[in-house]
Write a protein of this length. Structure first.
Lengths: 419, 398
């Protein structure tokens, strides 16, 4: 890239998950200048948090690593982490986008040697693992973080901690006086690949997420099942670390529900089948109960579903879990009506997994000027204006669909830049 | 299963507050959230699919439809806005019309279009009686102060049966009689159909004493205590309105019985007992407390419903409002005529009293066809539920 502030034909990709990475690479590899930004200190997004992703049950390193490599090798892509869009001016073909870059407190001298984390006495909740464990206040967000550079959570650092961290770094990479920076980019169009957040399970009051450790979300299961996760890859009941002998999956936890997310989140049925696989690998005899409204496994996923439905120790109950009873022994009883037999089911289990859905990250927040959202917070692409949605920012989808939509978004963005 | 959807029935439900029923996707959240739903026969999920498929026969003989207190918990948690609570209300309204006898009258009482006739019938009947009774005059203030409304239909020499009572009995008793007969017919049909659908062995029938002792009495105790109403979450404040209203009706029933006994039986022998009760008479106090409780209760229920409709949580239906209007009319005209008696305004007093008679007669006459029929139908369903769960329903030991 010749001009650091962008060229008239440059494209800004907001969000560096699987969707943003794809859009950025597709555009750059045909010769466009691209800015790729992420609000996290790393790229990889939600996929990085998964243990495996379907349909081939690949670990995230499989898809992400090659993309990171392509980005490193491509001189047309410039990246910013910990960056958010604070304002947009101008029009299609000539946008001035202001970015706010939060301080990382670690500069580019960092070699990711890990001395600062070793020296740091202070711990913070590990957000990457949904708070299931702690990390040092000077930390590498996750095992395969890209860019491979530490971050310091200054708010979680004591004064002794600050001294220790500074003293530990032999490369002079720690800079606790770093300030928020503002950068203005000139771009012709913006691809919004802002992704999704797991729906906040605490909002579904009848599922009592905060009342028992035995109630977890599907994303927490992903982290537990991941070898780099808080339990080293073992699925257990958080808190007691008990090996669950019975597990209930609560489908549509907050999805297809006017009171929460009115749409189908698309991936939760398949995520549950995938997680049944994790459980089977660890607990061949565990009882699994899946409570559902409809099982939605479109296309080739039907085979995947058929295989898991043949499991002798798994039962599938057509009925949404609408109540939970917290038991004194640490287990929970899920309550549903079996709509096929017409009788209420009260199933006591060691672990209840809420298959929570996807909420676009833009939901509820004030979208930057010029970005149109639907009532659920999904991006409404405006190709004329060069405001293009991609991946789960546009609709709930799996990785395959997401990458397809990102490639399409890249093409639309290129068209705007060459108008 | 071969389902022949009854389209007219579905259309009826949609028009009677169940317009949302087709939104249901059978997730069964409602059956779990309903505090009154049992483990073996949960509702209202099955009622929702029966409604959607127009399976009228199943619904009108389903005790669960009548057990529903319309708490609104199902509607609050419904992920689709299908409002199961309103759908069940619409089914009940349909059932009362279906079981109502004579069917013409039942049909008339089911929609706002019938309102002029519904008010017209008692108004004309009572007015004609007033004309033929020869009462036909507005008393002077002095007369009004001593006798109140006790000579509304005039007086005659025959002291053993007062003319006023004679005329009131002439229209109130047939009205109530018709209502009771109609309810008897409807409830017998309902019970038979419920037994048939549940697969009761007709060989095991409880005796009358067993029926009353084991099924009916416990249900009545539950009703008076509002045990089930209190389990409601969303609309728990309805107890605040319904309980005083129910107690008011019981109170007014006692006072009416006493008034009849005092004036027209004891009064025949002890002349001083005849005449309006003094204000500090315990029964008068009871009457006034009941009247205020009635107005308070109806005010609470009225404003709850209006609020809920305003927020789009409930549909507005004639079925629900007609009963509120009737009860409000009874309360306002009743208390109004008493106040006008104290104020000594005979002409206006007589008009309001006339309206009071009309309102009371409406309440009696249309009891089996309006929402008020829940008194009988829900009680029957509660008794049936206990019967269904009793030893009578268990298979005989081989």
């Amino acid at each position: 890239m010749t001009d650091e502030q962008g060229t008239s034909g440059a494209i800004l990709v907001v969000g560096g998950g699987i969707s943003g990475l794809t859009a950025a690479l597709e555009a750059a590899e045909v010769g466009n200048d691209v800015f790729l930004i992420d609000k996290n200190p790393y790229f990889g997004g939600r996929v990085a948090q998964l243990n495996q992703y379907f349909p081939k049950m690949c670990p995230p390193s499989c898809g992400l690593e090659i993309n990171f490599k392509r980005i490193q090798n491509n001189r047309r892509i410039r990246t910013y982490t910990m960056a958010t869009v604070s304002g947009i001016n101008g029009g299609p073909g000539n946008y001035q986008v202001s970015l706010e870059i939060a301080p990382r407190y670690v500069n580019s001298n960092c070699t990711a040697c890990g001395d600062c984390a070793a020296a740091c006495p202070d711990e913070i909740d590990n957000a990457f693992n949904f708070g299931m464990n702690k990390s040092k206040a000077a930390y590498l967000p996750h095992e395969m973080s890209f860019p491979r550079r530490y971050v310091i959570a200054k708010a979680g650092l004591s004064s002794a901690g600050a001294e220790a961290v500074k003293a530990s770094c032999k490369y002079n990479a720690v800079d606790l006086d770093m300030k928020t920076e503002t950068v203005t980019l000139n771009v012709s169009s913006v691809v919004w690949a802002t992704g999704w957040d797991p729906y906040d399970p605490a909002k579904i009051d009848n599922l009592k997420f905060n009342e028992s450790k035995a109630i977890v979300t599907n994303m927490m299961i992903e982290r537990m099942a991941a070898p780099s996760g808080p339990t080293g890859g073992k699925i257990v009941v958080p808190g007691t670390n008990k090996e669950p002998a019975s597990i209930a999956f609560v489908q549509c936890a907050g999805s297809r529900d006017e009171n929460h997310l009115e749409y189908c989140s698309y991936i939760c049925c398949m995520a549950t089948f995938k997680q049944m696989n994790y459980i089977r690998e660890q607990y061949p005899e565990a009882k699994i109960y899946v409570f559902y409204i409809d099982l939605r496994t479109p296309g080739k996923y039907e085979k995947f579903r058929a295989k898991l439905m043949a499991d002798k120790n798994a039962s599938f109950i057509k009925g949404k879990v609408a109540d939970m009873v917290i038991e004194a022994d640490g287990s929970v009883t899920v309550v549903a009506e079996d709509a096929v037999s017409g009788v209420k089911v009260q199933q006591k289990v060691d672990l209840a997994v809420l298959a929570t859905g996807m909420q676009p990250t833009n939901a509820g927040s004030k979208a930057p000027a010029g970005l149109k959202l639907d009532e659920n917070g999904f991006v409404l692409s405006d190709y004329e204006k060069g405001m293009i949605g991609a991946g789960c920012a546009k609709k709930a989808a799996d990785v395959v669909t997401t990458t397809q939509s990102s490639t399409a978004a890249a093409l639309k963005a290129i068209q705007v830049s060459r108008r | 299963m071969n389902v022949q959807p009854d389209l007219t029935f579905i259309k009826y439900l949609k028009g009677a507050g169940g317009d949302t029923l087709k939104k249901c996707y059978q997730c069964a959240t409602c059956s779990v959230k309903c505090p009154l739903s049992s483990d073996e026969k949960p509702f209202p999920r099955k009622e929702m699919i029966w409604s959607s498929w127009g399976m009228k026969e199943n619904l009108v003989a389903d005790p669960d439809v009548f057990l529903c207190h319309q708490c609104g918990d199902c509607t609050t948690y419904c992920p689709r806005g299908a409002k199961p609570g309103d759908v069940l209300g619409a089914i009940r309204a349909y059932a009362y019309t279906l079981y109502g006898w004579p069917s013409g009258l039942a049909k008339l009482a089911s929609s706002a279009k019938g309102l002029p006739v519904l008010i017209g019938i008692p108004a004309v009947v009572i007015f004609i009686f007033w004309l033929i009774s020869g009462g036909m005059h507005i008393p002077d203030k002095e007369h009004f102060a001593t006798h109140g409304y006790q000579q509304f239909f005039g007086v005659w020499e025959f002291k053993w049966y007062a003319k006023n009572i004679f005329f009131i009995v002439m229209f109130m008793v047939p009205s109530l009689g018709l209502a009771i007969f109609s309810l008897y017919m409807g409830l017998t049909r309902l019970w038979k159909q419920m037994s048939l659908n549940t697969g009761v062995n007709p060989a095991y029938r409880p005796s009358v004493t067993q029926f009353i002792g084991e099924f009916l009495w416990p249900s009545l105790v539950e009703i008076v205590k509002h045990t089930r109403f209190r389990e409601c979450g969303t609309n728990s404040d309805r107890v605040t309105g319904h309980l005083p209203l129910m107690l008011a009706f019981i109170g007014l029933f006692i006072v009416t019985c006493w008034s009849l006994l005092k004036n027209d039986i004891i009064g025949l022998f002890l002349h001083s007992w005849h005449g309006p009760m003094v204000l500090w008479d315990p029964f008068k106090i009871m009457a006034n407390v009941s009247a205020i409780a009635l107005l308070f209760g109806v005010y609470v229920l009225w404003s709850n419903r209006a609020k809920s409709e305003g927020e789009g949580k409930t549909s507005r239906t004639f079925y629900d409002w007609f009963l509120l209007w009737e009860i409000a009319a009874v309360g306002i005209t009743g208390l109004g005529s008493e106040l006008l008696r104290w104020l000594g305004v005979p002409s206006l007093g007589y008009i309001v009293y006339f309206m009071h008679l009309v309102a009371v007669m409406m309440l009696f006459l249309y009891l089996p066809y309006t929402k008020l029929a829940h008194i009988a139908y829900r009680t029957t369903a509660m008794a049936f539920e206990k019967y269904r769960e009793s030893a009578f329903m268990k298979p005989a030991v081989e």
